[in-house]
Design a protein around this ligand. Structure first.
Ligand SMILES: C[S@@+](CC[C@H](N)C(=O)[O-])C[C@H]1O[C@@H](n2cnc3c(N)ncnc32)[C@H](O)[C@@H]1O
Length: 334
């Protein structure tokens, strides 16, 4: 890893005890860790001698850690550099599959590597790619039209100054190339600094990161393909960190776990399939103690559900978030 900050923060796997409580009744099988990162979840699951883990991550920087686990747990651990929308590619290796786990977002390692441009402190060219990408944040900021930029920043970042920020980006880039610090400075000039509030650039950075990494389609197709390869009785666990992610995961679990009663006055339409069993309707949140030890965990929400029966039709989910999927399609021209 290059260009890292000197005082590196320690990595804590978020909601790890809560995750283990959910999956431990299924121990003695294979678990897929879709977001390997620092290996925090995989290491904990491998502590049980009868568990196997297939881990994936789109970032090849994680090889350092995955190779150590491969040596330590020869027949019980395997790693592949895949995106989680491609999870169906591992289905042949995954006998006795019991659970599929997602810990969304980016890792502390990615954040602390300033050359990758995830941090506001980064003083490199804009990048923000997690791995297996087709374009970078540089392309987004320096090539897209005003309307496209503004929609990305507004809808993926929930930034109410999206139009103004996009206007200034377009003006400034005609004078000189915009790098990470230049982008932060444009945003700082537009947004007033308020004490105890999040950094001025948080929302815009989140929006660009989501767009660069196709995080909406990754999540939607990650969930759909996980459901397809999971046997009945298996569990899907997802930890989210921002409201758009959580909206998608909440809809997935809620919509496919309810047998909504049809009004007897309306024409009969096909019964909604009840294909997921939920134990908790509400998300599980980190304890105050966890937030104290690991402050970034404060925005985490864990949702999970067990597969009840097979289903191939996820049109509801795709239709519900089509608007966001269409914004992501802008990236195809880059
Ligand atoms: C929050 S970290 C996971 C941390 C991990 N649970 C741990 O305890 O060490 C998220 C990881 O997921 C990876 N990731 C994000 N989106 C992905 C995707 N679509 N496909 C595969 N990996 C992804 C990132 O590269 C990052 O390494």
């Amino acid at each position: 890893m290059n260009a890292t900050i000197k005082s590196e923060k320690k990595h804590f796997p978020v909601l790890i005890n809560e995750l283990i409580n959910i999956i431990s009744p299924l121990y003695g099988g294979t678990f897929v860790d879709c977001t390997f990162g620092n290996g925090g979840y995989s290491k904990e699951i491998l502590k049980h001698p009868k568990n196997k883990v297939i881990a994936i991550d789109r970032d090849t920087d994680v090889y350092k850690i995955s190779n150590i686990l491969k040596l330590k747990y020869k027949n019980r651990f395997n790693f592949q550099n895949l995106k989680f929308s491609q999870i169906d590619e591992i289905s042949k290796q995954s006998s006795n599959l019991k659970g599929i786990i997602f810990d969304l977002g980016y890792s502390l390692n990615q954040m602390q590597n300033y050359s990758r441009g995830f941090s506001f402190k980064s003083n490199s060219k804009l990048n923000m790619t997690m791995g297996l990408n087709t374009f970078t944040a540089y392309d987004v900021i320096n090539k897209l039209k005003f309307e496209e930029l503004s929609n990305i920043i507004k809808y993926f970042g929930d930034e109410d100054k999206a139009k103004l920020i996009s206007k200034k980006i377009i003006q400034n880039r005609s004078i000189k190339e915009i790098d990470t610090q230049e982008l932060v400075s444009i945003i700082n000039k537009i947004k007033k600094f308020r004490k105890n509030k999040i950094h001025n650039a948080t929302k815009t950075f989140q929006a660009i990161r989501i767009f660069v990494n196709n995080e909406i389609s990754e999540l939607i197709y990650g969930l759909i393909n996980s459901f397809k390869i999971l046997p009945v009785g298996g569990v899907i666990v997802v930890v989210t960190f921002h409201s758009l992610e959580d909206k998608i995961v909440k809809f997935f679990f809620k919509n496919y776990s309810e047998n909504k009663a049809q009004s007897r006055y309306l024409p009969k339409i096909a019964e909604k399939k009840n294909i997921i069993k939920l134990n908790n309707k509400k998300p599980i949140l980190p304890s105050l103690n966890e937030i104290k030890i690991n402050p970034p965990s404060r925005s985490a929400k864990l949702r999970y559900g067990f597969k009840l029966r097979k289903n191939d039709d996820f049109d509801d989910l795709i239709k519900k978030f089509q608007f966001y999927l269409n914004i992501e399609k802008i990236g195809k021209k880059l």
